[in-house]
Ligand binder design. Structure first.
Ligand code: ATP
Ligand code: MG
Length: 420
């Protein structure tokens, strides 16, 4: 018996139904904000991520599925979408002619982290990126999309939006100095990871999950109190647009992004319904990234959501059925088998989802198949009906049934479905 690889999983049955619904709503929402889908490769040269995510991040330090290909190329399964899409934007010179570009992507990501509930080694992200707009109006709009997703999915009651400003290369050096001074005074209490962060990436200490570090960070200086005038004004702008859009948010000065090219707006949509895994989606402004990956100086902002976690939130409300087809045709070998395949075709051609039992089992069994498939209508083609060229259509919701001429069956069902 073969077993799947640790941290990977199969998605089927009810979860797959929710998954399809979630993907559909995500795409509709992105489209309504005028975002275009970008299909990206799953494999990239490792250097794209080393550079684009940063060599001091957890992802690059210890979470990548990276290997040497037979021809010696160093490649990695993508751990996130942003570095790839920026690579593609620069490589395909999509900055010409200059314009604001809005893209979205949906697909699997791979990180070799410790598997646990809500945390997998292959998971799926849906994300957006905007290139060419420096905000603050676009920042608020991007945050608004993330919130709108939650609303459209019916999970807004389970989430809250946290926002912050983490400054820019102008105000950051002075702030880092204060931050490093503060943590140097508390060096003995920091965890091993944070000791390393102290030199390379001090802001990351603020979101360390280690309880000791958490206690110390409570009184640490935060970027929000050290913004330059430009960042201050930008953040005020973001908040006022969010207010205009009526997006509810909390300001969380502890929420950070650990890399230099992340500037100003940072945000996260969190939940307390999934145990230790609180983050449903996260994003921020990354004005330096496109240049870092060889492009011109174009500002960028985006977010990524975890579909596995979104689906888990949607599944807290039990509304989906495992399957739901419009019609199931019950028929009998040598009596109505040919009529059945024709009726099923007629229905499918009319956009009605339909199925039948191609093994022509006993009638009782076929009714239970109809039930198992969640059929709204069962259409019985018995001997009597065949003699009259009709079918008995039973509405499984109301229990009522009617005899309908076979040639009218598609219109009859379409009409009933429309009236629902
Ligand atoms: P976390 O704090 O949970 O590790 P992260 O900061 O690593 O999240 P991002 O890199 O910002 O996450 O990715 C965006 C979203 O992708 C997260 O908010 C989460 O919903 C989802 N996600 C990230 N890692 C995983 C994983 N291993 N399994 C499932 N979903 C994940
Ligand atoms: Mg992580």
């Amino acid at each position: 018996m073969y077993k799947k690889v640790k941290g990977f999983r199969d998605i089927y049955g009810l979860e797959s139904r929710y998954w399809q619904k979630v993907e559909k709503i995500l795409k509709e929402t992105f489209n309504s904000f005028n975002y275009q889908e970008f299909y990206l490769p799953v494999l990239e040269k490792t250097e794209v991520f080393n550079r684009g995510i940063g060599s001091t991040t957890d992802i690059v330090e210890k979470e990548m599925f990276a290997f040497e290909d037979r021809d010696g190329t160093h490649v990695a399964l993508r751990p996130e979408g942003t570095a790839s899409i920026v690579r593609a934007y620069v490589e395909n010179k999509l900055y010409n002619p200059p314009a604001t570009s809005k893209y979205y992507y949906i697909g699997p990501m791979f990180r070799r982290e410790r598997p646990q509930k809500g945390r997998f080694r292959q998971f799926t992200q849906a994300g957006i990126e905007v290139f060419g707009s420096a905000g603050p109006a676009i920042d608020a709009d991007v945050i608004c999309i993330l919130y709108k997703l939650a609303e459209n999915l019916g999970i807004d009651k389970y989430v809250s939006m946290e926002i912050n400003s983490i400054g820019c290369p102008e105000c950051r050096p002075a702030y880092y100095e204060k931050l490093i001074d503060y943590f140097t005074d508390h060096k003995e209490e920091l965890c091993e990871d944070c000791l390393r962060r102290l030199d390379k990436n001090p802001m990351r200490i603020l979101d360390c999950k280690n309880p000791n570090c958490k206690t110390i960070t409570k009184l640490a200086p935060v970027a929000l109190d050290h913004l330059c005038d430009g960042c201050e004004e930008h953040f005020t702008g973001v908040k006022s647009y969010l207010d205009a859009l009526e997006v509810p948010y909390n300001i969380n000065p502890m929420m950070v992004r650990g890399l230099d090219y992340y500037v100003r707006t940072a945000f996260e949509m969190v939940t307390d319904k999934l145990g230790a895994q609180a983050a449903v989606g996260a994003g921020g402004r990354y004005d330096g990234l496109i240049k870092l990956l060889g492009g011109p100086e174009v500002p960028g902002i985006g977010f990524a959501t975890g579909i596995d976690r979104i689906v888990a939130l949607c599944m807290l409300d039990e509304t989906e059925k495992e399957n739901e087809i419009d019609a199931f045709v019950v028929s009998f070998k040598d009596i109505s088998d040919k009529a059945a395949v024709k009726v099923v075709k007629l229905l499918r051609d009319a956009g009605i989802s339909a199925d039948m039992d191609y093994d022509f089992r006993k009638m009782k069994k076929q009714f239970s198949l109809a039930d198992k498939n969640g059929a709204r209508f069962t259409i019985v083609l018995g001997e009597d009906e065949m003699a009259k060229n009709t079918a008995t259509v039973r509405d499984m919701e109301s229990g009522g049934q009617e005899e309908i001429e076979i040639s009218n069956i598609n219109e009859y069902i379409s009409d009933k479905l429309r009236r629902n």
